[in-house]
Design a protein. Structure first.
Length: 284
């Protein structure tokens, strides 16, 4: 199956902008345990799976834009510096939890065998305007980037630590919907759950998920998630296709150092720490 979603990236530094001129369609935000390598890495997305029981409709100015599956994605990933998982491999396989930040592209589940890289930052809503690389239709503000980062961190912790339940599925779905909403609401997009069944008693899954979307995408989201949870994200996009119609979705990953061991198989002690460049000396 495929699901359509939208991408987010972080504010780009002047130096980084020299080398990274295009913006990808999918984003992976992840916080890892060690300093980032000085060179760009190749990420090989080998396999993707997700819970497909929670659907939603994305609308623009009230008209249906897309029908989507609304949940985080579990990826099996290799990374290295070569063109295939077998060349230049540094680590893998490892499991990463991805949060989609791109409503303008799609990705399939199962064996996907896609090559991604970390050449770009989460900066725009990832809407392409032609089939050539672009700078993005709409820039994200610092506040939007921070909110997306915190939601990715919070959602990843929930995914890894909470017992499987209807309540967990509903909240994860609401977090994904909130991420899309934060990135795209200024352009008139809304996200509405169409989930069936009841969460408890006569309260529907749909109403519970929509409540999460409203709370987590609002300006007072700090009332519902801890502000010290972390917000750094790494933006991963499909190599050579970011910013074009032909790209697959981009995602955001956030493995906390404390849960890193739970997420990686055969990692060998190496790690990558996500950094939003504007937090550092090179920031714009």
């Amino acid at each position: 199956m495929a699901f359509d979603t939208a991408t987010a990236h972080g504010r780009r530094s002047p130096l980084r902008g020299i080398f990274k001129s295009a913006l990808p369609a999918l984003a992976f935000a992840f916080t890892m345990a060690a300093a980032a390598p000085s060179h760009a890495l190749s990420y090989f997305l080998d396999y993707a799976s997700m819970d497909t029981s929670r659907s939603a409709v994305i609308k623009k100015n009230g008209d249906t834009f897309a029908t989507v599956k609304m949940a985080p994605v579990n990826f099996t990933v290799f990374y290295g510096t070569g063109n295939t998982p077998q060349t230049g491999a540094l680590a893998g396989p490892m499991t990463m939890i991805g949060w989609c930040v791109d409503i303008f592209h799609s990705i399939s589940m199962g064996n996907i065998d896609l090559k991604y890289d970390n050449n770009y930052d989460l900066e725009t809503n990832s809407k392409y305007t032609s089939n050539v690389a672009w700078a993005g239709e709409s820039d994200l503000t610092d506040a939007q980037i921070d909110q997306v980062g915190r939601l990715v961190h919070y959602g990843t912790q929930l995914y890894l630590t909470a017992a499987n339940s209807t309540a967990k599925l509903n909240e994860l779905s609401g977090i994904q919907g909130a991420i899309w909403t934060v990135i795209n609401k200024a352009q008139g997009y809304t996200v509405e759950s169409t989930a069936t069944g009841n969460a408890y008693g006569n309260t529907s899954n749909k109403s519970v998920i929509n409540s999460f979307i409203t709370k987590y995408s609002g300006s007072n989201y700090a009332s519902y998630i801890p502000m010290n949870i972390g917000l750094e994200v790494e933006f991963l996009s499909e190599t050579g296709k970011y910013g074009t119609k032909n790209a697959h979705q981009s995602f955001a990953f956030v493995p906390e150092p404390g849960t890193w061991a739970l997420m990686i198989l055969g990692f060998g002690g190496a790690g990558v720490m996500l950094r939003r460049q504007r937090k550092y000396a090179l920031a714009a």
